[in-house]
Design a protein around this ligand. Structure first.
Ligand code: HEC
Length: 105
C-alpha cells in the first residue's frame, strides 16, 4: 500500500515536470495607440521596454506629468531618445493621453 502511494507520488511528480517542460504561453495583449501626431515616434521608443499598457494605465495626465515621465525613462532607465523626439512624444501624449495645464506652470 505504501509502495503504491509512492508510485503514485512519483507519477504525479513526473506529470508535473512534463507540464513545465512545455513552452509556456503568455497571454499577449495588444494595446491600440491613437494614430496621428507622430505616434510612430512614441511607438519607436516607448515600446522598447514595456507595453503601451503602461501609458494607458496612467489615465489622463497633465503636461508636466508626461514631460517628467518621458525624462524619467531617459534619465533613469536610459531610453535612447533625443531631446527633439522627447518633445514630440510629450506633445503626442499630452494631446491624446492627457491635458494641457491651464495654470502658468
Ligand atoms: C529603456 C527602457 C524604457 C523605455 C525605452 C521606456 N520605458 Fe517606461 N518604464 C521603464 C521602466 C523600467 C519602468 C518602471 C517599471 C516598473 O516600475 O515596474 C517604466 C515605467 C513607465 C510608466 C509607469 C509609470 C512610472 O512612472 O513608472 C510609464 C507611464 C512609462 N514607463 C512611460 C513610458 C513612455 C511614454 C516611454 C517613451 C517615451 C517609455 N516609457 C519608454 C522603462 C522604459
Amino acid at each position: 500500500m505504501k509502495k503504491l502511494f509512492l508510485t503514485a507520488l512519483i507519477l504525479g511528480a513526473t506529470t508535473l515536470f512534463a507540464q513545465v517542460d512545455k513552452p509556456v504561453e503568455m497571454p499577449y495583449v495588444d494595446y491600440p495607440m491613437v494614430k496621428g501626431d507622430h505616434d510612430e515616434v512614441a511607438q519607436q521608443y516607448c515600446l522598447i521596454c514595456h507595453s503601451w499598457g503602461y501609458i494607458l494605465n496612467q489615465g489622463k495626465k497633465s503636461r508636466p506629468y508626461w514631460k517628467g515621465t518621458v525624462q524619467k525613462m531617459v534619465n533613469e532607465f536610459k531610453a535612447p531618445i533625443s531631446k527633439e523626439d522627447q518633445q514630440t512624444i510629450t506633445n503626442y501624449l499630452v494631446k491624446h493621453y492627457g491635458y494641457e495645464t491651464t495654470s502658468a506652470h
